[in-house]
Design a protein around this ligand. Sequence first.
Ligand code: 8YV
Length: 331
Amino acid sequence: MTSTSGRPAILIARKVFPEVVAHLQQHFDVDMNETDDVLSPQQLAQRLQGKVGVLTTGSERVDAALLTACPQLKIVANIAVGFNNFDMAAINAAGVLATNTPDVLTETTADFGFALLMATARRLTESEHFLRAGLWNRWTLDMFAGAEVHGSTLGILGMGRIGQAIARRGAHGFGMRVIYHNRSRLDPELEGACKAAYVSKEELLREADHLMLVLPYSAGAHHAIGAPELAQMKRTATLINIARGGIVDDAALAAALRERRIAAAGLDVFEGEPKVHPDLLTVPNVVLTPHIASSTMATRTAMAMLAADNVIGFLTQGQAKTPLNPEVLST
Ligand code: 8YV
């Protein structure tokens, strides 16, 4: 479908960088949600009338209702590697191409995973709050004594690209013993490059000094870490979630932190974000960040540009760099 200018019309569902808009405007009539507010499903459907493509973020849901309301839509391009906001069965049934943004955020997200691990294990925010509150009036030997990072055991649940990048940092940079659990075991060369050993989920929970969650969200991964799993972890362990809200049972985690059944947690993602479980806000031994693991200007720009390139490639040449359902390309 084309606009009155004769060019295809697309929507950018969230405010993105001007260079990305300019890139898209070379090919399309571009409508953009100029605000940082998420469009409601009704607003999204309404704004998508007459549009053949849309750039989404993890906050906009693309499901059967939306696709039925927008039958002219040809491509949905997520500015995220995770795509649990996409109902892939409905998207496939509608013959719409879906794309995501892998690779461009791998190293940046792994850097952040490590930053959150370090901050959590070494009690960075807790001690800063103490200092800012004017409570520091003497030095003590055990002041904010945290957990060792170097030489400890790093457990990784979910060993995709980001999991592997975290494993390399742990093994090569911090001399950690790295163990992982994943749906499928890595090839021996990849395991060797990461210096990572495959273990069962039970062993991972039992052995990890620091457990990093990097698995994609799916119904099967819902509450992969809940009360029973937390009970299997060391009392001295830290838990880091940079994956998705819903993978951890946040209420169960808050209780475990309050009762010191694990030592600490670092969370970048939350169930029902941007709301945060109120109990997590009152426990001291948790570091909380607002879903910023991929947030450097370079990386967020690269993600938005990749989504734009997918839309341009598909609508002008029938090609996309990172399709999720490439079978649509051949139909
Ligand atoms: C995104 C993310 O910034 O890529 C992902 O899956 O979680 C983040 O990097 C976020 O989802 C916004 O779309």
